[in-house]
Structure formats: C-alpha cells, structure tokens
Ligand binder design. Structure first.
Ligand code: ADP
Length: 572
C-alpha cells in the first residue's frame, strides 16, 4: 500500500470498507460451501439416510446462489468506487491545470498531459476499486479460513498457514528480483501516445513535407520500445503466476497428503479430511484475487508519478490573501520590469519601463524574440516578473485577484482558439449570459455578422475540432467579436493581419479601431503600416525598450524603428 496513493483518492474509506465487507461475504460463501459439501461427503461415508445428504447439498447450492449475489454486489461496489475516484481525481487535476495556467502548461507536451490525466487516472481507478479492497479481504479472509480450519484440526491449519504466508513472501521476492521498474511501461506508453498525438496534430505539415515515412519509422520505434517493455513485464508476470500456483497447489497437496496419512493411521476423522480438502483451496482464493489485482496496482504506481508531480506543482502566480479592489482607471505602467522564463535563460525583458495612458493606444514593435508576447503574458499574470512592477490604474496587478485582473482585459491573440461547438457557443465563452442581440451586435462590430448569417446554419454552424473550416481572417474576427462581448476596459491585440487578404485586413482594421475607442489598448504590431496613428510606439529589442515616441518622430530620429519600417517597405 502506498500512502501517497491513498491520499490522492480523497475520502473513499467508506466505499472501500463496503467493498471489503462484500469481498469477505464472498469468502464466507466459499467457506460455507466447502463446509456444507464436506458435511455431505461425511454423511455419504457414514451411510446416512438420503435426506441428510440432500439437506447439506441443498444448503451448499443455496450458498452458491447467495455468493453469486455478493459477487455481483462486489462488482457494482468496485465500479462505483472507480467512477467516484476517477471523477474526484479528474476534477482535482482540471482545477490544478486551470490554477497553473498557461505559464506552466506551455512547457509541457499536450500528449504527456493527456496520458497523465486520461490514462493515469484510468490506471489508478483499478488500484482503489480492486487492489485496496483485495488487500484487506486477503488479510482478513485468509486468517479467517485458517482459524476456521484450526477449529477442526490444528495440524492441518498450521501446515496450511505456512504455505499461505510463504506465498506472498515468495511473490514479493520474485518481483523484487525480476520485475522491471513499474514506470518503464508507463513512460513508454506515454511517449508513444504523445508522439502519436503530435503526429496527428501535425499531419498536414507531415504530408506537405513528405515527412510521413520518417515519422512512421519513428513511431514504429516508440511502439517497439513499448512492446519490449510490455513483453519483459509479461514474461515476469507469467513466471510469477507459475510460481504462486506452485506454492498454492503444492500447499494443498502437502496438507492433504499428510492428512490422508493421518486418516490411514487413525489419527484423523474423515470429516476433518474433507474439510481440509475443501477449505485449503479457499485459503488461497483471496490471495489469488490479490495477485490478479496486483498487476493493476503495479501499473498504477507508474501512472501516479506524473499525476502527483502535476498536483505538487505550484502555480507561478498566486492570488493575494486580501485582494485589492478593482481599479477604476485603466492606465498601464511597466516599471523596470525584468523577467526570465527560467533562471538559466537570458531575461526576456530587461528593466523595461513604459506606460499606456487611460484609453490611450500604444503599439509594441520589434524584431521577433524581442519580448512583445512576454509583455502580454506578464500583464495577464501568467507569470510574475522577477524585478520591477506592473500597475493598472496605480494598483500593482499582484495585489488584484487573478479573476479580477483578467476581467479587466480582453485579448485578441494571433492564434484564435475555437473550441469544438457552434459559432455561437464559441462567442459565448466571452460572456455566457449574452443575449442573442448582444452576440449579433458584437459580430456586427467585428464585421463577421454578414458572413455568419450567410451560413446555412447561421450562428449554430459548428466549427471543426480546431476551427478548421474558418479562414484565418474569419477566426480573427470571431476573436474580435469575443473581445467586444467581454467589453473589458483594456484591450490587448496581437495583430495577425499578415495572414489575411487585403479586404479582410481592412475589415479587421476597421473593427479594431472601433473597439479600441474608449479602451486602453496595447497592440503588438507586425505590420508597421497599421500603427501610424498610435499615441506612442515602443520599440523593443532583446527585452529592452530601445526607443519610444510617435511614428514621425521615430522616423526622423533614424533609429531602429526607422530601419524596421525601411526593411518592411523594402520587403513589400
Ligand atoms: P516576441 O513576441 O517579441 O517575438 P517573445 O516575448 O515571445 O518575443 O520572446 C522573448 C524571449 O523569450 C525569446 O528569447 C523567447 O525565446 C523567449 N520565450 C518566449 N516564450 C517562452 C517560454 N514560454 N519559455 C521560455 N522562453 C520563452
């Protein structure tokens, strides 16, 4: 039993107790069946009247029927415990993932997370629902059967007990000696699943670069590792079944041989022999079940590691114990902000200072890797800076609750994620209680209402798994409609106009300038032509603010900005 695994499942003591009680009733059923049959046998040997014999046989048939009911109930109890623990664990994990936020999750592979959350939880379920109860049933059940036998004949009970104790010990030694590390197979399974998911997600790229053959070969390698891990486990497990089978059958045989000899010598009544015969087998039955359940537990110990690791991870940002009230003006100030994604990486922002006036518009420009997206990530508090502070309306954003902070900000990012569902559902994410009119009005401002209304199913049109049926420009306009619906006072725009046709671009620009009015807006601009009118342009390079000012002034000073504009002009 693993204490950490126990703590993971939450309060399931009661359910396990029910499973144990039912499991013990099943064991009692087997014992009674054995006892009644041995009584029947003894009566036969005694030449008792038929009615006496039939009585015991009838009793054992009744016990078999009752046992069937208990087996069925045990199964139901196990399924209930399983679904309870699965639900509990999934909820905890999901809560954790949401709490950790994109800051931590970006560093993980989606496939690995999926294996932990789906496969891991699935593997753990059997541990709680079957293995844990089986341990108690084995402990109590075996002791009970041996005590029962001891009341009939001490010698047989002692002999049997020796084998019953030897079995788990031999089993343990064997496993310690031969069994590969439990995590091996799980790691291999995770790697295979993650690679497969990655390949599926990237299938268009793979085809386009004709790289599927290579990818397939690599996938086959992962599958081969998984096969090797499984086979090595399987061979050990099979040998183990042989070993435990040898001990349990050997135990029964030895006890019977000794008893048969004692009966022949007149030291033991035939009834005791029959009882030993039928009870000895029952003493091993709970161990048998435990052995079967063990395999699941062993997988679980490998599955639990990534889950526990995930649960132990602390969010890079925490809510303050007593959050400040939401600010009522929305100017943004970065004050000597320094931030590195990890201690051994160069900072993505170096002592960056700038401000955006309330309802002002500031554009961030700079070569790729300059730190523009990092500014957005910090403002949304996916991370906290290592030095300096970020304030909104004079309040340090670390003093606000994360929910309040994110309520203040709408984001239109380059990558618009559309969830599986209808267009309307995707818009509602921004404001679940929005009326139909509000949704349409937002879509109109985002210049996408015409397109949506023209679709056969209108707003109920489903978007593909990753919004594959919509063009880049349409997706961006949906993102803008979401921002309009959310109606937050601060707007972060990560411009993605470069992938859009000129007509869409004009529509998007129009929509954006419409919603940027009366809002504090920070634009990450990739096309420098679109930000001529910004109140201020910040030029970032290597995480530092190199220049700032209006377009004309920056051009005149002939610095980095003018070179960037010149380069884009050349390219166009
Ligand atoms: P930009 O948006 O201007 O292209 P970014 O803010 O994305 O620049 O990146 C700034 C620097 O931080 C780059 O050196 C980039 O490699 C690094 N960086 C960005 N995101 C991460 C991340 N999630 N983990 C580690 N480093 C990152």
């Amino acid at each position: 039993m693993d204490r950490k695994l126990l703590a993971l499942a939450g309060p399931i003591g009661g359910r396990i107790a029910v499973s144990v009680a039912l499991g013990l009733l099943v064991t009692v059923g087997y014992v009674l069946q054995g006892l009644f049959l041995s009584f029947a046998l003894a009566e036969i040997f005694r030449d008792a009247p038929e009615a006496e014999i039939v009585k015991w046989i009838a009793a054992s048939v009744a016990v078999v029927a009752a046992r069937g009911v208990f087996v069925w109930l045990t199964e139901i109890a196990a399924l209930k415990t399983a679904s309870r623990t699965k639900g509990y664990l999934r909820e905890r994990l999901l809560q954790k993932l949401i709490d950790l936020g994109p800051g931590s999750l970006m560093r993980r592979r989606t496939g690995d997370l999926q294996t932990a959350i789906v496969g891991g939880v699935e593997a753990l379920e059997a541990y709680y629902a079957r293995y844990l109860p089986a341990i108690f049933v084995a402990l109590i059940g075996c002791t009970g059967v041996i005590l029962c036998l001891a009341s009939v004949d001490r010698v047989s009970a002692l002999l049997l007990a020796a084998f019953v104790v030897a079995l788990p010990i031999a089993d343990r030694l064997w496993l310690r000696w031969r069994m590969p590390k439990s995590s091996g197979i799980f790691v291999a399974m995770g790697a295979f699943a993650a690679y497969l998911l990655d390949s599926l997600q990237g299938i268009v790229t793979l085809k386009a670069f004709d790289a599927s053959a290579r990818r397939r070969a690599e996938l086959a390698e992962h599958a081969e590792v998984l096969r090797r891990e499984s086979m090595s486990t399987l061979s050990v497990t099979l040998m183990r079944t042989g070993l435990t089978g040898l001990i349990s059958l050997g135990g029964v045989a030895v006890v019977l041989a000794v008893d048969a000899w004692r009966v022949a010598a007149g030291e033991l009544a035939p009834l005791a022999l029959f009882m030993t015969l039928l009870l000895a087998r029952e003493a091993f039955r709970p161990l048998d079940r435990l052995e079967k359940a063990f395999h699941t537990a062993w997988t679980a110990s490998g599955a639990a590691a990534p889950i526990m690791e995930l649960l132990a991870e602390t969010s890079p940002v925490q809510d303050p114990p007593a959050p400040a009230v939401r600010p009522s003006t929305w100017d943004i100030a970065f004050d000597h902000v320094t931030f590195a994604y990890s201690p051994d990486e160069a900072p993505a922002l170096r002592s960056a200072s700038f401000s955006v006036a309330n309802q002002g518009l500031v554009a961030l420009v700079g070569p790729s890797g300059a730190g523009k997206s990092t500014v957005v990530g910090l403002l949304l508090r996916f991370f906290d800076p290592q030095a300096g502070s970020i304030r909104i309306g004079g309040t340090d954003i670390r003093a606000l609750s994360r929910a309040d902070l994110r309520g203040l900000i709408s984001v239109v990012s380059q990558e618009t994620y559309l969830f599986h569902g209808s267009i309307e559902e995707n818009l509602r994410i921004a404001k679940p209680a929005a009326t139909e009119q509000e949704i349409r009005a937002a879509a109109r401002i985002a210049q996408i209402d015409g397109f949506i209304s023209g679709l056969p199913q209108g707003y109920a049109t489903p978007v593909g798994e990753r919004g594959a049926h919509l063009s880049g420009g349409q997706r961006q306009r949906l993102a803008i409609a979401r921002a309009v619906l959310k109606d937050a006072p601060i707007l972060l725009l990560d411009e993605a106009t470069s992938s859009v046709d000129p007509a869409s671009e004009r529509a998007i620009q129009h929509a954006l300038s419409e919603i940027a009015k009366r809002r504090t807006t920070l634009v990450i601009a990739h096309r420098l032509s679109t930000i001529r009118n910004a109140d201020r342009i910040l030029v970032l390079e290597d995480g530092a603010v190199r220049e700032q000012g209006r377009h004309d002034d920056l051009i005149r000073s002939g610095g980095l900005y003018s070179r960037l504009v010149f380069a884009q002009g050349e390219a166009a």
